[in-house]
Design a protein around this ligand. Structure first.
Ligand code: ASP
Ligand code: MG
Length: 448
Protein backbone atom coordinates (compact mmCIF):
# COMPACT_ATOMS: atom_id res chain seq x y z
CA UNK A 1 0.00 0.00 0.00
CA UNK A 2 2.87 2.30 0.86
CA UNK A 3 4.18 2.03 -2.66
CA UNK A 4 1.40 4.21 -3.89
CA UNK A 5 2.18 7.15 -1.64
CA UNK A 6 3.84 10.15 -3.14
CA UNK A 7 5.71 12.97 -1.44
CA UNK A 8 4.95 16.56 -2.40
CA UNK A 9 7.16 19.33 -1.07
CA UNK A 10 6.25 23.01 -1.31
CA UNK A 11 8.85 25.73 -0.81
CA UNK A 12 8.60 29.04 1.00
CA UNK A 13 7.23 31.06 -1.93
CA UNK A 14 4.62 28.36 -2.62
CA UNK A 15 3.15 28.90 0.86
CA UNK A 16 4.29 32.51 1.34
CA UNK A 17 0.96 34.25 0.64
CA UNK A 18 -2.63 33.21 1.46
CA UNK A 19 -3.50 32.72 -2.21
CA UNK A 20 -0.43 30.60 -2.79
CA UNK A 21 -1.29 28.43 0.18
CA UNK A 22 -4.81 27.95 -1.22
CA UNK A 23 -3.23 26.88 -4.49
CA UNK A 24 -1.20 24.26 -2.60
CA UNK A 25 -4.44 22.98 -1.07
CA UNK A 26 -5.82 22.57 -4.61
CA UNK A 27 -2.72 20.82 -5.89
CA UNK A 28 -2.65 18.21 -3.15
CA UNK A 29 -6.30 17.34 -3.86
CA UNK A 30 -5.85 16.97 -7.61
CA UNK A 31 -6.16 13.17 -7.34
CA UNK A 32 -6.87 10.52 -4.70
CA UNK A 33 -3.34 9.23 -4.38
CA UNK A 34 -2.22 9.26 -0.72
CA UNK A 35 0.39 11.92 -0.09
CA UNK A 36 2.96 13.12 2.38
CA UNK A 37 2.97 16.91 2.07
CA UNK A 38 6.17 18.59 3.23
CA UNK A 39 6.07 22.35 3.78
CA UNK A 40 8.75 25.01 4.21
CA UNK A 41 8.25 28.07 6.36
CA UNK A 42 6.51 31.07 4.71
CA UNK A 43 9.05 32.81 2.48
CA UNK A 44 11.28 35.21 4.38
CA UNK A 45 10.54 33.62 7.75
CA UNK A 46 13.71 31.56 8.14
CA UNK A 47 15.80 34.56 7.04
CA UNK A 48 14.06 36.65 9.70
CA UNK A 49 14.60 33.98 12.34
CA UNK A 50 18.29 33.79 11.41
CA UNK A 51 18.51 37.58 11.75
CA UNK A 52 16.75 37.47 15.13
CA UNK A 53 19.22 34.79 16.23
CA UNK A 54 22.15 36.97 15.12
CA UNK A 55 20.87 39.99 17.09
CA UNK A 56 20.19 37.76 20.07
CA UNK A 57 23.74 36.38 19.93
CA UNK A 58 25.10 39.94 19.71
CA UNK A 59 22.91 40.85 22.74
CA UNK A 60 21.12 43.61 20.82
CA UNK A 61 17.95 43.36 22.89
CA UNK A 62 16.07 46.22 21.26
CA UNK A 63 16.77 44.93 17.81
CA UNK A 64 15.56 41.45 18.77
CA UNK A 65 12.27 42.92 20.01
CA UNK A 66 11.78 44.99 16.85
CA UNK A 67 12.58 42.10 14.53
CA UNK A 68 10.16 39.81 16.38
CA UNK A 69 7.44 42.47 16.20
CA UNK A 70 7.93 42.92 12.45
CA UNK A 71 7.66 39.21 11.82
CA UNK A 72 4.61 38.99 14.09
CA UNK A 73 2.88 41.75 12.10
CA UNK A 74 3.58 39.82 8.92
CA UNK A 75 1.84 36.77 10.37
CA UNK A 76 -1.13 38.90 11.45
CA UNK A 77 -1.63 40.01 7.88
CA UNK A 78 -1.17 36.48 6.60
CA UNK A 79 -3.77 35.11 9.03
CA UNK A 80 -6.34 37.68 7.99
CA UNK A 81 -5.87 36.73 4.36
CA UNK A 82 -6.01 32.97 4.98
CA UNK A 83 -8.54 32.05 7.63
CA UNK A 84 -12.12 32.95 8.51
CA UNK A 85 -13.91 30.32 10.63
CA UNK A 86 -10.56 29.04 11.92
CA UNK A 87 -9.17 32.53 12.40
CA UNK A 88 -9.08 32.46 16.20
CA UNK A 89 -7.37 29.06 16.20
CA UNK A 90 -4.81 30.49 13.76
CA UNK A 91 -4.29 33.45 16.06
CA UNK A 92 -3.68 31.04 18.95
CA UNK A 93 -1.07 29.14 16.89
CA UNK A 94 0.77 32.32 15.96
CA UNK A 95 0.67 33.62 19.55
CA UNK A 96 1.93 30.33 20.91
CA UNK A 97 4.96 30.32 18.62
CA UNK A 98 5.77 33.99 19.06
CA UNK A 99 5.58 33.50 22.84
CA UNK A 100 8.08 30.69 22.40
CA UNK A 101 10.32 32.92 20.26
CA UNK A 102 10.21 35.60 22.98
CA UNK A 103 10.84 33.09 25.74
CA UNK A 104 13.83 31.62 23.93
CA UNK A 105 15.45 34.97 23.20
CA UNK A 106 14.79 36.34 26.72
CA UNK A 107 17.58 34.24 28.18
CA UNK A 108 21.20 34.11 27.07
CA UNK A 109 22.03 32.78 23.62
CA UNK A 110 23.05 29.20 23.03
CA UNK A 111 23.22 27.19 19.85
CA UNK A 112 20.69 24.61 20.79
CA UNK A 113 18.05 27.24 21.68
CA UNK A 114 18.89 29.03 18.43
CA UNK A 115 18.05 25.85 16.51
CA UNK A 116 14.73 25.74 18.34
CA UNK A 117 14.17 29.35 17.28
CA UNK A 118 14.84 28.42 13.63
CA UNK A 119 12.27 25.61 13.84
CA UNK A 120 9.36 27.96 14.57
CA UNK A 121 8.80 28.87 10.89
CA UNK A 122 8.00 25.36 9.67
CA UNK A 123 5.99 24.62 12.82
CA UNK A 124 3.76 27.62 12.09
CA UNK A 125 3.36 27.13 8.33
CA UNK A 126 2.21 23.52 8.72
CA UNK A 127 -0.21 24.30 11.55
CA UNK A 128 -1.75 27.23 9.66
CA UNK A 129 -2.04 25.13 6.52
CA UNK A 130 -3.74 22.34 8.51
CA UNK A 131 -6.22 24.86 9.89
CA UNK A 132 -6.96 26.06 6.39
CA UNK A 133 -7.61 22.46 5.26
CA UNK A 134 -9.93 22.04 8.24
CA UNK A 135 -11.75 25.22 7.28
CA UNK A 136 -12.42 23.91 3.79
CA UNK A 137 -13.31 20.44 5.19
CA UNK A 138 -10.37 18.56 3.74
CA UNK A 139 -9.28 15.68 5.91
CA UNK A 140 -5.57 15.67 6.74
CA UNK A 141 -3.26 14.53 9.54
CA UNK A 142 -0.46 16.74 10.80
CA UNK A 143 2.51 14.49 11.63
CA UNK A 144 5.30 16.33 13.50
CA UNK A 145 8.65 16.03 11.71
CA UNK A 146 10.26 16.16 15.14
CA UNK A 147 8.74 12.70 15.78
CA UNK A 148 9.88 11.40 12.39
CA UNK A 149 13.15 12.80 11.09
CA UNK A 150 16.30 12.08 13.05
CA UNK A 151 20.06 12.27 12.66
CA UNK A 152 22.66 9.92 14.13
CA UNK A 153 25.89 10.96 15.90
CA UNK A 154 27.56 11.74 12.59
CA UNK A 155 24.68 13.96 11.53
CA UNK A 156 23.52 11.30 9.05
CA UNK A 157 19.77 10.72 8.58
CA UNK A 158 18.28 7.52 10.00
CA UNK A 159 16.18 6.57 6.97
CA UNK A 160 15.16 3.07 8.10
CA UNK A 161 14.04 4.39 11.49
CA UNK A 162 12.05 7.12 9.77
CA UNK A 163 10.24 4.44 7.77
CA UNK A 164 9.54 2.46 10.95
CA UNK A 165 8.02 5.57 12.51
CA UNK A 166 6.03 6.79 9.54
CA UNK A 167 4.58 3.57 8.11
CA UNK A 168 2.49 2.69 11.20
CA UNK A 169 1.15 6.25 11.35
CA UNK A 170 -0.03 5.99 7.75
CA UNK A 171 -1.46 2.51 8.36
CA UNK A 172 -3.40 3.71 11.39
CA UNK A 173 -5.27 6.28 9.29
CA UNK A 174 -6.67 4.17 6.44
CA UNK A 175 -9.31 6.78 5.61
CA UNK A 176 -6.82 9.65 5.44
CA UNK A 177 -5.02 10.50 2.19
CA UNK A 178 -3.10 13.57 3.26
CA UNK A 179 -0.32 13.68 5.81
CA UNK A 180 1.23 17.08 6.43
CA UNK A 181 4.69 17.51 7.92
CA UNK A 182 7.45 20.09 8.32
CA UNK A 183 10.48 20.27 6.07
CA UNK A 184 13.91 21.26 7.37
CA UNK A 185 13.47 20.40 11.06
CA UNK A 186 14.56 17.20 12.79
CA UNK A 187 16.09 15.84 15.97
CA UNK A 188 19.78 15.16 16.46
CA UNK A 189 21.24 12.16 18.30
CA UNK A 190 20.84 14.00 21.62
CA UNK A 191 17.11 14.35 20.97
CA UNK A 192 17.48 18.12 20.57
CA UNK A 193 15.66 20.11 17.90
CA UNK A 194 17.99 20.46 14.94
CA UNK A 195 17.69 21.14 11.21
CA UNK A 196 18.92 19.92 7.84
CA UNK A 197 20.63 23.24 7.00
CA UNK A 198 19.25 26.08 4.88
CA UNK A 199 17.12 24.89 2.01
CA UNK A 200 16.81 21.51 3.74
CA UNK A 201 13.07 20.97 3.17
CA UNK A 202 13.89 19.35 -0.17
CA UNK A 203 16.13 16.95 1.70
CA UNK A 204 13.30 16.13 4.15
CA UNK A 205 11.05 15.26 1.20
CA UNK A 206 13.67 12.97 -0.26
CA UNK A 207 14.42 11.27 3.08
CA UNK A 208 10.74 10.61 3.76
CA UNK A 209 10.21 9.44 0.18
CA UNK A 210 13.08 6.99 0.63
CA UNK A 211 11.86 5.92 4.08
CA UNK A 212 8.45 4.82 2.78
CA UNK A 213 9.60 3.91 -0.75
CA UNK A 214 7.27 6.48 -2.26
CA UNK A 215 6.16 6.32 -5.89
CA UNK A 216 7.74 9.73 -6.52
CA UNK A 217 9.06 12.81 -4.78
CA UNK A 218 7.70 16.06 -6.14
CA UNK A 219 9.52 19.30 -5.36
CA UNK A 220 7.19 22.23 -6.08
CA UNK A 221 8.80 25.67 -6.48
CA UNK A 222 8.20 28.77 -8.55
CA UNK A 223 10.51 27.76 -11.42
CA UNK A 224 9.64 25.36 -14.22
CA UNK A 225 12.47 22.88 -13.55
CA UNK A 226 16.24 22.81 -13.85
CA UNK A 227 17.52 24.94 -16.68
CA UNK A 228 20.36 24.28 -19.07
CA UNK A 229 22.23 27.35 -17.85
CA UNK A 230 21.89 30.03 -15.18
CA UNK A 231 18.75 32.01 -16.16
CA UNK A 232 19.95 35.00 -14.09
CA UNK A 233 22.95 35.39 -16.39
CA UNK A 234 22.24 33.72 -19.69
CA UNK A 235 19.25 34.70 -21.85
CA UNK A 236 17.05 32.04 -23.50
CA UNK A 237 17.78 29.18 -21.15
CA UNK A 238 15.27 26.33 -21.19
CA UNK A 239 14.07 23.72 -18.65
CA UNK A 240 15.46 20.21 -18.95
CA UNK A 241 12.77 17.55 -19.19
CA UNK A 242 14.84 14.62 -17.97
CA UNK A 243 18.08 14.19 -16.07
CA UNK A 244 19.79 11.18 -14.58
CA UNK A 245 20.42 11.18 -10.82
CA UNK A 246 24.13 11.72 -11.42
CA UNK A 247 23.61 14.64 -13.76
CA UNK A 248 21.16 16.26 -11.35
CA UNK A 249 23.51 15.75 -8.41
CA UNK A 250 26.32 17.53 -10.26
CA UNK A 251 24.01 20.38 -11.24
CA UNK A 252 22.48 20.76 -7.79
CA UNK A 253 25.88 20.87 -6.20
CA UNK A 254 27.43 23.13 -8.81
CA UNK A 255 25.06 26.00 -8.54
CA UNK A 256 21.58 25.15 -9.78
CA UNK A 257 19.84 26.74 -6.79
CA UNK A 258 16.49 25.06 -7.42
CA UNK A 259 17.32 21.89 -5.49
CA UNK A 260 19.22 21.20 -2.27
CA UNK A 261 22.18 19.02 -3.36
CA UNK A 262 21.52 16.41 -0.66
CA UNK A 263 18.10 15.68 -2.13
CA UNK A 264 19.47 13.38 -4.80
CA UNK A 265 21.22 10.59 -2.94
CA UNK A 266 18.31 9.17 -0.89
CA UNK A 267 16.12 9.17 -4.01
CA UNK A 268 18.89 7.56 -6.03
CA UNK A 269 19.61 4.93 -3.39
CA UNK A 270 15.95 3.85 -3.25
CA UNK A 271 15.38 4.54 -6.97
CA UNK A 272 12.53 7.00 -6.55
CA UNK A 273 12.01 9.57 -9.32
CA UNK A 274 12.22 13.21 -8.29
CA UNK A 275 10.10 15.73 -10.18
CA UNK A 276 10.70 19.46 -10.11
CA UNK A 277 7.43 21.26 -10.72
CA UNK A 278 6.12 24.81 -10.79
CA UNK A 279 3.22 25.82 -8.52
CA UNK A 280 2.45 28.74 -10.83
CA UNK A 281 2.23 26.49 -13.92
CA UNK A 282 1.25 23.09 -12.53
CA UNK A 283 0.60 21.60 -15.96
CA UNK A 284 4.15 22.30 -17.17
CA UNK A 285 6.34 19.21 -17.53
CA UNK A 286 9.12 20.39 -15.23
CA UNK A 287 12.19 18.21 -14.81
CA UNK A 288 12.14 14.50 -13.99
CA UNK A 289 15.25 13.10 -12.33
CA UNK A 290 15.49 9.33 -12.38
CA UNK A 291 17.69 6.34 -13.09
CA UNK A 292 16.41 6.25 -16.67
CA UNK A 293 19.22 6.97 -19.06
CA UNK A 294 18.47 10.16 -20.87
CA UNK A 295 19.28 10.90 -24.44
CA UNK A 296 21.37 13.82 -25.57
CA UNK A 297 24.89 14.59 -24.53
CA UNK A 298 25.64 17.98 -23.02
CA UNK A 299 22.70 18.81 -20.78
CA UNK A 300 23.58 21.89 -18.85
CA UNK A 301 26.10 24.33 -17.51
CA UNK A 302 26.11 25.60 -13.95
CA UNK A 303 28.46 27.70 -11.87
CA UNK A 304 29.33 27.82 -8.21
CA UNK A 305 30.97 30.90 -6.66
CA UNK A 306 33.09 31.55 -3.57
CA UNK A 307 35.54 28.83 -4.45
CA UNK A 308 39.10 28.86 -3.10
CA UNK A 309 41.93 27.19 -4.99
CA UNK A 310 44.90 25.88 -3.02
CA UNK A 311 48.12 24.81 -4.73
CA UNK A 312 50.73 22.75 -2.89
CA UNK A 313 54.04 22.57 -4.72
CA UNK A 314 56.81 20.31 -3.58
CA UNK A 315 59.87 18.93 -5.29
CA UNK A 316 59.59 16.09 -2.80
CA UNK A 317 56.47 15.00 -4.61
CA UNK A 318 58.62 14.03 -7.56
CA UNK A 319 58.58 10.25 -7.86
CA UNK A 320 57.35 9.99 -4.26
CA UNK A 321 54.41 7.97 -3.04
CA UNK A 322 52.30 8.86 -0.02
CA UNK A 323 52.37 12.61 -0.73
CA UNK A 324 48.71 12.77 -1.72
CA UNK A 325 47.71 10.79 1.32
CA UNK A 326 49.44 13.29 3.59
CA UNK A 327 47.76 16.22 1.83
CA UNK A 328 44.32 14.58 2.00
CA UNK A 329 44.80 13.73 5.65
CA UNK A 330 45.17 17.42 6.45
CA UNK A 331 41.85 18.21 4.76
CA UNK A 332 40.29 15.30 6.61
CA UNK A 333 41.66 16.54 9.93
CA UNK A 334 39.85 19.86 9.43
CA UNK A 335 36.76 18.12 7.95
CA UNK A 336 37.03 20.28 4.83
CA UNK A 337 35.61 18.64 1.70
CA UNK A 338 37.54 18.98 -1.56
CA UNK A 339 35.58 19.69 -4.75
CA UNK A 340 38.05 19.70 -7.62
CA UNK A 341 41.55 18.33 -7.88
CA UNK A 342 44.27 18.43 -10.54
CA UNK A 343 47.85 17.29 -10.25
CA UNK A 344 51.16 17.61 -12.03
CA UNK A 345 54.33 15.78 -11.15
CA UNK A 346 55.43 18.46 -8.68
CA UNK A 347 52.24 20.15 -7.57
CA UNK A 348 48.64 19.49 -6.69
CA UNK A 349 45.81 22.02 -6.90
CA UNK A 350 42.58 21.57 -4.97
CA UNK A 351 39.44 23.60 -4.44
CA UNK A 352 37.31 24.09 -1.36
CA UNK A 353 34.17 26.16 -0.84
CA UNK A 354 34.47 26.88 2.86
CA UNK A 355 37.11 29.24 4.26
CA UNK A 356 36.35 28.58 7.92
CA UNK A 357 39.58 26.66 8.53
CA UNK A 358 41.62 28.18 5.71
CA UNK A 359 44.43 29.71 7.79
CA UNK A 360 44.99 26.59 9.86
CA UNK A 361 44.75 24.43 6.75
CA UNK A 362 47.38 26.46 4.92
CA UNK A 363 49.72 26.39 7.92
CA UNK A 364 49.43 22.61 8.12
CA UNK A 365 49.96 22.20 4.35
CA UNK A 366 53.08 24.38 4.48
CA UNK A 367 54.73 21.46 6.25
CA UNK A 368 54.68 19.68 2.87
CA UNK A 369 55.56 22.36 0.37
CA UNK A 370 54.99 25.83 -0.95
CA UNK A 371 51.30 26.81 -0.69
CA UNK A 372 49.46 29.36 -2.85
CA UNK A 373 45.83 30.39 -2.33
CA UNK A 374 43.52 31.96 -4.95
CA UNK A 375 40.21 33.27 -3.68
CA UNK A 376 37.10 34.51 -5.51
CA UNK A 377 37.06 31.71 -8.02
CA UNK A 378 34.08 30.00 -9.65
CA UNK A 379 33.68 26.43 -10.77
CA UNK A 380 31.91 26.28 -14.10
CA UNK A 381 30.61 22.81 -14.61
CA UNK A 382 29.47 21.21 -17.85
CA UNK A 383 27.10 18.33 -17.17
CA UNK A 384 25.74 15.58 -19.35
CA UNK A 385 26.48 12.10 -20.58
CA UNK A 386 29.86 13.24 -21.76
CA UNK A 387 31.56 9.96 -22.57
CA UNK A 388 28.98 9.17 -25.22
CA UNK A 389 29.51 12.69 -26.49
CA UNK A 390 31.58 13.23 -29.59
CA UNK A 391 35.34 13.28 -29.18
CA UNK A 392 35.68 16.98 -29.79
CA UNK A 393 33.90 18.08 -26.63
CA UNK A 394 36.93 19.42 -24.76
CA UNK A 395 38.04 21.23 -27.89
CA UNK A 396 34.59 22.73 -28.29
CA UNK A 397 34.44 23.82 -24.66
CA UNK A 398 37.88 25.38 -24.62
CA UNK A 399 37.38 27.03 -27.97
CA UNK A 400 34.18 28.64 -26.70
CA UNK A 401 35.95 29.99 -23.65
CA UNK A 402 38.49 31.62 -25.96
CA UNK A 403 41.01 33.85 -24.22
CA UNK A 404 39.43 33.75 -20.76
CA UNK A 405 41.92 32.69 -18.08
CA UNK A 406 41.41 29.16 -16.74
CA UNK A 407 42.96 28.18 -13.41
CA UNK A 408 42.11 24.46 -13.37
CA UNK A 409 40.34 21.87 -15.53
CA UNK A 410 39.01 18.54 -14.35
CA UNK A 411 37.83 15.98 -16.89
CA UNK A 412 37.34 12.23 -16.65
CA UNK A 413 36.52 12.13 -12.94
CA UNK A 414 33.05 11.01 -13.88
CA UNK A 415 31.34 10.56 -17.20
CA UNK A 416 28.97 13.36 -16.28
CA UNK A 417 31.10 16.37 -15.59
CA UNK A 418 33.83 18.66 -16.85
CA UNK A 419 34.75 21.31 -14.30
CA UNK A 420 36.61 24.47 -15.17
CA UNK A 421 37.88 26.87 -12.51
CA UNK A 422 37.85 30.54 -13.51
CA UNK A 423 38.05 33.85 -11.63
CA UNK A 424 34.52 34.88 -10.60
CA UNK A 425 35.10 38.21 -12.35
CA UNK A 426 35.03 36.35 -15.69
CA UNK A 427 32.25 33.89 -14.87
CA UNK A 428 29.51 35.72 -16.72
CA UNK A 429 31.60 35.91 -19.88
CA UNK A 430 32.51 32.23 -19.61
CA UNK A 431 28.88 31.14 -19.12
CA UNK A 432 27.74 33.18 -22.09
CA UNK A 433 30.53 31.91 -24.34
CA UNK A 434 29.95 28.29 -23.33
CA UNK A 435 26.24 28.71 -23.93
CA UNK A 436 26.98 30.01 -27.38
CA UNK A 437 29.59 27.37 -28.19
CA UNK A 438 27.91 24.30 -26.71
CA UNK A 439 24.19 24.92 -27.20
CA UNK A 440 23.72 27.49 -29.91
CA UNK A 441 26.52 26.32 -32.21
CA UNK A 442 24.66 23.00 -32.60
CA UNK A 443 22.01 24.79 -34.57
CA UNK A 444 24.60 26.10 -37.04
CA UNK A 445 25.33 23.79 -40.03
CA UNK A 446 28.44 21.64 -39.50
CA UNK A 447 31.78 22.20 -41.24
CA UNK A 448 33.68 24.87 -39.33
N1 ASP B 1 12.80 27.26 5.66
C1 ASP B 1 14.13 26.72 5.50
C2 ASP B 1 15.01 27.72 4.75
O1 ASP B 1 14.53 28.78 4.36
C3 ASP B 1 14.15 25.41 4.82
C4 ASP B 1 13.63 25.40 3.40
O2 ASP B 1 12.84 26.25 3.04
O3 ASP B 1 14.02 24.51 2.63
O4 ASP B 1 16.16 27.46 4.59
MG1 MG C 1 14.51 25.64 -1.43
Amino acid sequence: MNNKIKVMKFGGTSVGAPDRMRQVANLIQADNQPKIVVLSALSGTTNSLVAIGDSWKAMKTNEVAQQIQRLYNHYQRFLKGLLTTEYSSGQAVVDLHFDQIKKLTAVSYNRSSNRELLAQGELMSTKLFSLYLKEISVKAELVPALDLVSLDEDGEPEIELMGERLKPIIASHPDCHLFITQGYICRNHLGEIDNLKRGGSDYTASLLGAAIEASSIEIWTDIDGMHNNDPRIVPDTFPLEALSFNEAAELAYFGAKILHPNTIWPAQKYDIPVRLLNTMVPEAKGTTISSTKTSGSIKAIAAKDSIIAIKIKSSRMLLAYGFMRKVFEIFEQFKVPIDMITTSEVAVSLTIDDDEHLTALVTALEGYGEVAVDKNMSIVCIVGDLISEEIGLIKKALRSIGDQPVRMISYGGSRNNISILVPTSTKKEVLLSLNQGLFQAEQVPAGD
